[in-house]
Structure formats: C-alpha cells, structure tokens
Design a protein around this ligand. Structure first.
Ligand code: CA
Length: 256
C-alpha cells in the first residue's frame, strides 16, 4: 500500500486557489458528501462488467471501457446515451426499467465489491471532526445502499443518502450535490465532495463545493482537473493520509 501524501504547499495552494476563484472569504466545513462507487467501494470493474454483459445480451453495442467514462450517470442516462447513438432515439421507460433491472441482477450475481482502501480511515476522520457524512450516488440499487450503513457503522445513516430516486437530473448536473447540501443544511463553502469520476467532479464543482478527486480507476488526473477538481489524490489512502493537514488549512486560511 502506498503511503504517499500531498505536500503542505499543494494542500495550502488548493484551499487558497478555491477561495480566490470562488470568491469565498473562508471555508467552514461541516459536511462531507461522498460518492459511492469507485470512492467508498472498489466496485467500478464489477459495474462495467455487468453493463457490458447486459448490453451483449440485448444487442446493444458498447465497449467495456466506456462504462468508466459514463461513471456517475444514472442508469437511465447511460441507457439513453447508448440508445440514441445506436437507434437515434432514447429508450422507453419500460426498456430502461427492464435493462437496468437486468444489469442490476448481473451485478448482484458477482462477488460483493470490497471497501476502497482508505475509505474507512477517511470517513472516520470526517465523523470524528464532527462533519455530517452523506452519500450522494447515481445508483438506485437498494442492496448497495443497505451495505453502506452496515459497512460504515455509525458514519452513514438511512436518512443521509441521496440516490438516483431523489433527483430529476443525475451527475454531471449539480442537483445531486445541491440536494446533499440541503440535506446537511449547509452552504457550498461548508462542505467537501469526494469523487472518483469526472462527471461527479463536475457536479460537485458546479454546486460550488470544494471537490476532492481521487483517481482510483483508469481515468487520468488531467480529466479530473478539467472537470473542476479542487485537489487530486492518487488514491483514497493518500487522501486519508493527507486529510488532517488539508482540514487544518481549510480551517485556518481566510482571504480578505
Ligand atoms: Ca463514482
């Protein structure tokens, strides 16, 4: 396991740059909004495999790599992208329901995804520092959501999860994270977002929130930067190992 951390210079610059570009005087972090797949769980390879198998079974053309780029979108959005390019029109509600149910069934038949290394440490540090921990996921799979509550005991709660069922527009639209802010009862400068995919990073950044990107999969850091990441870590472990110092700078820096 890598034990790298980001330098104080980089951590400090990230906070200063965020305040300056957003026009906030200071941060007052009270909530942490966590993406689920690829951030709390090492689940993306399984999701991609399940999507690919569902597509193959139904004559839908797709490359397995695409599902990493689609990451963060709702199931309906993903299905409509594939329908629009192959058939020139979106899927019907019934098709979306049936295809997503099949993808979900395949995913469930696979081994459960392990927690992402570092996720336990990071969520624990957030909770210990009094941050309200909320999950903001494009997923609507009840089984996964139930797992979060038991896998991260005392951190996440049933009424602290935003799923695809709670939003009209999925990531990259900022609505999921705006709903997360509302649930926590905080302003954008009072929260952090933790994300592993460019579309999710864009959603957090567009909601005006300090957005931490973790590159846990094949997507390069430059894509995270282009999506608006406030800071980028090579792994959740690196983020967890740097978090106490990041929080220190978030608490101590103000712009006049
Ligand atoms: Ca994700």
């Amino acid at each position: 396991m890598s034990t790298t951390t980001l330098s104080d210079t980089l951590l400090k610059a990230a906070v200063e740059n965020f305040l300056t570009t957003r026009g906030y005087q200071r941060l007052d972090i009270r909530a942490a909004l966590f993406d689920m797949d690829g951030t709390l769980y090492d689940s993306m390879p399984r999701h991609a495999a399940a999507w690919k198998q569902m597509c193959d079974e139904n004559g839908i053309l797709a490359d397995i790599e695409e599902f990493f780029a689609f990451e963060g979108r709702t199931g309906a959005d993903t299905i409509n992208i594939m329908f629009n390019r192959q058939y020139g029109h979106p899927a019907t509600d019934r098709q979306i329901k049936e295809l997503y149910q099949r993808k979900t069934a395949i995913f469930r038949s696979l081994q459960p995804a392990p927690k992402m290394p570092g996720a336990e440490s990071l969520t624990r540090q957030c909770a210990d520092n009094g941050l309200n921990c909320i999950v903001v996921t494009g997923s609507g799979q009840r089984s996964l959501i139930d797992n979060i509550i038991s896998d991260f005991p005392g951190i996440f709660h049933d009424d602290r999860i935003i799923t695809s069922h709670d939003v009209s527009h999925g990531k990259p639209h900022p609505e999921p994270y705006l709903k997360g802010l509302k649930l926590a009862g905080v302003a954008p400068n009072q929260a952090i977002v933790i994300e592993n995919a460019p579309l999710g990073v864009a959603a957090g950044a567009d909601a005006g929130i300090f957005t931490i990107a973790v590159t846990t999969g094949p997507i390069p850091a430059t894509d995270m930067a282009n999506a608006g990441a406030s800071i980028i870590f090579n792994s959740m472990q690196e983020c967890a190992d740097s978090f106490a110092r990041l929080l220190y700078y978030m608490t101590s820096i103000s712009i006049n």
